[in-house]
Design a protein around this ligand. Structure first.
Ligand SMILES: Nc1ncnc2c1ncn2[C@@H]1O[C@H](COP(=O)(O)OP(=O)(O)OP(=O)(O)O)[C@@H](O)[C@H]1O
Ligand SMILES: [Mg+2]
Length: 555
């Protein structure tokens, strides 16, 4: 169709206006690229158009495509091909000028294959220049043997030159979006770390976020062990297929691979071609088709703890800024690990303090039992003997001896009571049921006791439960002005639950004494939880959960 130059210019300007309006309206970059491709195709009456960007490492990213027949679909984020061979993108890249290929059947290279797949029979490509730099290539093609008009190069170049600003703006938005995605990923990880999430969860999240944000094929996290091995602690794979080195698996360091290089240098490392690498890790990487990888060290309190690696199956090397961008993630991972280690150390030290205090109390109880108590028992017996052997005429003396003996027995009972409070011997002998029954019996407030236990529990758990009930009932008697209390103890689903409730005045608080705080220490040292519900005037409920495996206390 012949058009007059004026009409052409008007059409060109209208096309540009539509693209500019899209950009100004904040349309997503892929929409802008698609529009640029479509407008160019319509303007030139072509069958096919593509907009592609030259990326580092010989990559050509096709960002927009249009076909007069419709259906020129691209992957989101672009379709990746590479330079090399004789095809439009390679020739434009090499010459920096408009090029024409009349017989696409003879074109070579990956891009040519892709072009033929899209339907190119012949084509013209012109450079896209942004800020004076070769940014990409705009191509138009014909799906038939009919040659493209002779002025195609000039007209395409003219349109492309004017569309350059729109392309540059859309590109800026791509970069901005990438940056925003990375910031959002870092924020998600940082939130987890700040919340004190378990390290395993942080590891899984870090690797998955890195995998997505860096658009790699693999992301992994490993811990260096003593003795030249390394353990995988987190792993993400684009395809979701199992990685030969399973998470939690341990394997030997050595050979030429980024995991070993980071270990040796304590610094980021990269391998751009896994073909020449060696070691167990490299074998696994090659078996997955990975060609390049970057690793960055995870430092915890200044010491080398592990490594985060990313791998790509692409032909090109990973971008040059990968190491720097990884650092923000390794730092967060390091903080999470340091936090978890501090947490574990704290729990262990609390457990040690509680254990040491328990041992001291047991010793004091034994000393009282074997020492003062025994001597008082013996004295009381002797006194009763003396009393029995006194002559009948010594009536006043017998009466006074009787008083002393009774006083001695009362003192002995008091001492027993104190010893029981210091360390409940009945607990070790009979377990929680009789020990709690004794506590309930001695409490001045009426106590309803429910115990659901099938067997004896680990000693630290029994002792903790005993002290919880003992302190809670003592508090009820001392502070609550309650008429009744309820104690429920039950084991199940790997934990012991203890609940003590009274109907008193409420207002209990961890901050006001040492009793409740001591319970908190004891329970949390065992990896348990304790919570207090005590609104003024509405009674007090103390809830405690203690894991039965006692794992926290062992560390
Ligand atoms: N069951 C309860 N009813 C009402 N107030 C309570 C109850 N339990 C605790 N409190 C309040 O909470 C405070 C803290 O209790 P906590 O057991 O820690 O300390 P304490 O009993 O005062 O002293 P300690 O236990 O060290 O001998 C108490 O001082 C009391 O004011
Ligand atoms: Mg108390």
């Amino acid at each position: 169709m012949e058009t007059r130059p004026d009409d052409r210019i008007a059409a060109e300007l209208a096309a540009l206006r539509r693209v500019a309006a899209l950009v100004a309206g904040g349309a997503p970059p892929e929409e802008v690229f698609a529009a640029v491709a479509a407008e160019a195709g319509l303007l030139l009456g072509a069958d096919l158009t593509t907009v592609a960007r030259y990326d580092p490492g010989g990559v050509v990213m096709i960002l927009g495509a249009w076909s007069s027949a419709g259906g020129a679909k691209l992957d989101s984020g672009g379709t990746r091909t590479s330079l090399g061979g004789r095809n439009l993108s390679a020739l434009v890249f090499r010459t920096g000028r408009a090029v024409r290929i009349d017989d696409y059947g003879q074109a070579t290279g990956v891009a040519a294959d892709l072009g033929r797949e899209l339907g190119f029979r012949m084509g013209v490509g012109v450079p896209i220049t942004v800020d004076g730099r070769l940014w990409g290539v705009m191509s138009v093609g014909s799906m038939t043997e009919a040659p493209l008009p002779a002025d195609t190069e000039t007209r395409l170049a003219g349109f492309t030159e004017l569309a350059g600003t729109a392309i540059a703006n859309a590109q800026a938005r791509v970069e901005l979006r990438g940056y925003a995605e990375e910031q959002a990923a870092l924020r998600r990880v940082a939130t987890l770390v700040a919340r004190g999430a378990p390290p395993e969860q942080v590891f899984a999240t870090v690797t998955a976020e890195i995998g997505r944000v860096f658009a790699v094929d693999y992301a992994g996290m490993s811990r260096y062990d003593a003795g030249g091995t390394v353990t995988t602690v987190g792993r993400w794979d684009r395809t979701g297929t199992p990685w030969p080195i399973v998470a939690g698996g341990r394997f030997a360091l050595g050979g030429r691979n980024v995991t070993t290089l980071v270990f040796q240098a304590g610094q980021p490392a990269r391998i751009d071609d896994y073909a020449g690498s060696s070691g167990v890790i490299s074998d696994a990487a090659r078996s997955k088709g990975y060609r390049s990888a970057v690793g960055a060290p995870i430092l915890v309190d200044g010491r080398l703890w592990g490594v985060i690696t990313v791998g790509s199956a692409g032909e090109e090397a990973l971008p040059a800024d990968t190491e720097v961008r990884l650092a923000a993630f390794t730092e967060l991972a390091g903080t999470a690990i340091a936090n978890a280690e501090a947490q574990a150390a704290l729990a262990a030290s609390r457990a040690r303090i509680v254990t040491a205090a328990d041992a001291a109390r047991r010793r004091i109880e034994r000393d009282l039992h074997d020492g003062a108590q025994q001597r008082l028992v013996t004295l009381a017996l002797r006194l009763r003997e003396a009393q029995a052997s006194a002559p009948p005429e010594a009536g006043e003396l017998v009466r006074r001896l009787d008083q002393v003996a009774a006083g001695l027995e009362a003192a002995l009972e008091e001492l027993r009571e104190i010893a029981r409070g210091i360390h409940p011997a009945v607990l070790a002998e009979g377990g929680l049921r009789p020990a709690l029954a004794a506590l309930a019996r001695r409490c001045p407030v009426r106590v309803e006791l429910g115990v659901q236990l099938a067997a004896r529990l680990p000693a630290p758990v029994e002792i903790a439960a005993y002290y919880v009930v003992s302190e809670a009932l003592t508090n009820t008697a001392k502070h609550a002005s309650a008429t009744a209390a309820e104690v429920d103890v039950a084991a199940g689903q790997g934990e012991l639950r203890v609940r003590v409730r009274d109907d008193g005045r409420g207002g209990a608080d961890f901050g006001h004494g040492s009793g409740l705080l001591g319970l908190k220490d004891r329970v949390e040292a065992l990896g348990g939880r304790i919570s207090l519900h005590s609104p003024t005037g509405a009674g007090t409920t103390l809830d405690v959960h203690i894991p039965l495996d006692g794992s926290a206390a062992r560390s």
